[in-house]
Design a binder for this molecule. Structure first.
Ligand code: HEC
Ligand code: HEC
Length: 109
C-alpha cells in the first residue's frame, strides 16, 4: 500500500527541483559581471614625468610608501593601497613583486 505513494512523492520532488534549477540558471550568470566594475588605476600627474625611469619603484615608495611612523611617507602623496604590498600587508613595508612596474598600470598623464 505505501510504495506507490512514495514513488509519487519522489517524482513530484524531482519535478519541483528540476523546475527550480531551470528557473535559477538564467539570473545567476548576469549580475556577476556588474558586481566588479573596472577600477582604472590613476594616471601619474604631470609632475611625475620621467620619474619612474629615474627613480624606479623604490623612488615611488619613498613618497607613496609607508614606515612605522608614516603612511604615506610624504603626507601630501596618496598612499599605496594595501594590495600593493607583499602579502597584502602594509606592515611588510615591501612592494608586492607584481606591482614593481608601477608605470605599466599608472600611465603618465
Ligand atoms: C617626491 C614625492 C613623490 C614621488 C617620488 C612620487 N610621487 Fe606620486 N605623487 C606625489 C604627490 C605629492 C602626489 C599628489 C599630488 C600631485 O598631484 O602631484 C602624487 C600623485 C601620484 C598619483 C596620482 C594619484 C591620484 O589619486 O590621482 C600616482 C598614480 C602616482 N603619484 C604614482 C607615482 C609613481 C608610480 C611614482 C614612481 C615613479 C611616484 N608617484 C613617485 C608624490 C610623489
Ligand atoms: C597591476 C597594476 C598596478 C601596478 C603595477 C601598480 N598599481 Fe597602483 N594601483 C592600481 C590600481 C588598480 C589602483 C586603484 C586601486 C584601488 O583604488 O583600490 C592603484 C592605486 C594606487 C595608488 C592610490 C591612488 C589613489 O588615487 O588613491 C597609489 C598611490 C599607487 N597605486 C601607487 C603605485 C605605485 C607606487 C606602484 C609601483 C610600486 C604601483 N601603484 C603599481 C594598479 C597598479
Amino acid at each position: 500500500m505505501r510504495k506507490p505513494i512514495v514513488i509519487a512523492l519522489s517524482a513530484g520532488l524531482v519535478l519541483a527541483l528540476g523546475a527550480g534549477a531551470a528557473g535559477c540558471a538564467a539570473p545567476s550568470g548576469s549580475p556577476k559581471a556588474s558586481d566588479t566594475p573596472p577600477h582604472a588605476p590613476a594616471l601619474m600627474p604631470a609632475s611625475h614625468e620621467g620619474r619612474f625611469a629615474e627613480l624606479g619603484a623604490q623612488g615611488c615608495y619613498g613618497c607613496h610608501g609607508s614606515s612605522e611612523r608614516a603612511d604615506p611617507l610624504l603626507a601630501s602623496a596618496p598612499k599605496m593601497p594595501a594590495d600593493h604590498y607583499l602579502g597584502g600587508a602594509v606592515d611588510s613595508r615591501e612592494i608586492d613583486p607584481v606591482r614593481t612596474q608601477c608605470d605599466t598600470c599608472h600611465g603618465q598623464e
